[in-house]
Design a binder for this molecule. Structure first.
Ligand code: GDP
Length: 137
């Protein structure tokens, strides 16, 4: 069993895709272990994406992530990290495989609908950014 942090970004929420995205996780056997709708401040978004702070797209990313509510979820299941990344598709939706969330819902690399942890260590850090033990059911 593994846990990963999934976030439905502001475009996914704004465009009404929360239900469809969650349905894909559930159909793939991933369980929602914790979940919250939240509007991140610029400061919080900056902290979440701190690892990218030297990248040229950092400010745009922070502005976008704090532009409206997101849905944060801890997903649980066998190989949850890799499974979630597979369901999401490539970072750039133009390169995402058919049937992936980003291929079906994302507009651009800036507004690419979902975030998912990329490794065990980042999953742990990202889950604790949003959730504490008492948030898990
Ligand atoms: P992810 O794990 O697939 O979300 O990709 P990364 O962790 O590498 O990047 C985080 C987020 O930054 C991505 O989801 C994109 O929204 C954004 N991003 C990454 N690379 C680029 C880029 O080259 N240009 C722009 N504009 N945004 C990017």
């Amino acid at each position: 069993m593994e846990r990963t942090l999934s976030m439905i970004k502001p475009d996914g929420v704004r465009n009404g895709h929360i239900g469809e995205i969650i349905a894909r996780f559930e159909k793939a056997g991933l369980k929602i272990a914790a979940m919250r709708l939240q509007h991140l401040t610029k400061e919080e978004a900056g902290k979440f994406y701190e690892v990218h702070s030297e990248r040229p797209f950092y400010q745009d990313l922070v502005d976008f992530i704090s532009s409206g509510p997101i849905v944060a979820m801890a997903l649980e299941g066998e190989n949850a990290i890799a499974k979630n990344r597979e369901l999401m598709g490539a970072t750039n939706p133009a390169e995402a495989a058919e049937g992936t969330i980003r291929k079906d819902f994302a507009k651009s690399i800036d507004e690419n609908t979902v975030h998912g942890s990329d490794a065990v260590a980042t999953a742990k850090t990202e889950i604790s950014f949003f959730f504490t033990d008492k948030d898990f059911v």
